[in-house]
Design a binder for this molecule. Structure first.
Ligand SMILES: C[S@@+](CC[C@H](N)C(=O)[O-])C[C@H]1O[C@@H](n2cnc3c(N)ncnc32)[C@H](O)[C@@H]1O
Length: 274
């Protein structure tokens, strides 16, 4: 995409956006020169960064399929949903039950523009503009209340979003507010940037470098320790195999991923509210 060609009104192409940089990493089309430059800075330190993006999307597919097909969940609240790409949450859920309901939430205007176009003909899937740092506004949003029934289990997806919330903005309290609103039998899925300090010191040192570049160019990106990320699940019961490198979460018959550096920089899991 070139800037003059197709930047929708209101889209700032002078500064990189997390959603568009990620779109570049996962092979999408909705990014600009400023986003590619930011991605290349990160890739100068971790050349296999796009592999992490692919691992995220593969985790998303397996987790949503598990939630719909095995846990029987029919409602999804996907916060920090990102730009539509191949196999989005609603498409995976619809493969199990075309009557599933999905609400996508993101604060990037480009996500809204593309999401609305993709979903124009969908009645069970909606996209809203909101900020995860205002969780009560999301929970009380009329579209969320209309599309999701909070008397029935909901799958809350916080996939690659809490690491964009600064420590001073209290991601733990945000996660707790969202968890508390869910009925028993609901699930929470999380993907998070991981600092494997203690387990993989060489990779931990690289993570610190990438974190610095990220925060200088793109805004907040926090690589947290395993125990910090585990705390976002509160008292929910972890589904086997727990909080693990993304490729290790119920890989089924997928070919084992190569253990390059980014393999140990992202971690994910799914848990159930008792
Ligand atoms: C890395 S993408 C993840 C996309 C998708 N969840 C996935 O796992 O493939 C992170 C998304 O979170 C969104 N985001 C970042 N900060 C946010 C905030 N404070 N509130 C809502 N969305 C936010 C970005 O716009 C971006 O679309």
């Amino acid at each position: 995409m070139t800037e003059s060609e197709s930047a929708p009104p209101g889209i700032d192409v002078t500064r990189p956006s997390v959603a568009r940089v990620y779109d570049f990493m996962v092979g999408g089309k909705d990014h600009f020169a400023v986003d590619r430059t930011a991605a290349e800075h990160a890739m100068a330190i971790m050349p296999d960064a796009p592999e992490a993006g692919r691992a995220c999307r593969a985790f998303l597919r397996r987790a949503v399929r598990y939630l719909a097909a095995e846990a029987g969940v029919r409602q999804f609240l996907d916060i920090g949903s990102g730009l539509p790409t191949q196999t989005n949450v609603h498409q995976v859920a619809y493969e199990v039950d075309p009557a599933a309901h999905v609400v996508y939430v993101d604060n990037d205007p480009m996500v809204l523009v593309h999401g609305r176009a993709l979903l124009a003909d969908e009645s069970n899937t909606k996209v809203i503009e909101a900020d995860v740092r205002a969780p009560r506004e999301i929970l009380e949003h009329p579209v969320v209340r209309e599309c999701l029934n909070f008397d029935e289990p909901v799958a809350l997806l916080l996939l690659s979003i809490l690491h964009h919330v600064h420590d001073s903005e209290d991601p733990g309290a945000i996660a707790a507010t969202l968890r508390d609103a869910l009925p028993s039998g609901s699930h929470l899925a999380i993907i998070h940037f991981w600092d494997p300090a203690g387990e993989h010191p060489r990779i931990s040192a690289k993570v610190r470098e990438v974190e610095q570049v990220f925060n200088e160019t793109m805004g907040t990106g926090r690589w947290r320790r395993r125990e910090e990320i585990q705390a976002y699940f509160g008292d929910f019961e972890m589904i086997e195999p727990g909080l693990v490198p993304l490729a290790e979460w119920r890989p089924g018959d997928e070919a084992p991923a190569e253990q390059t550096d980014t393999y140990y920089t992202m971690i994910g899991g799914v848990a159930r509210k008792p």
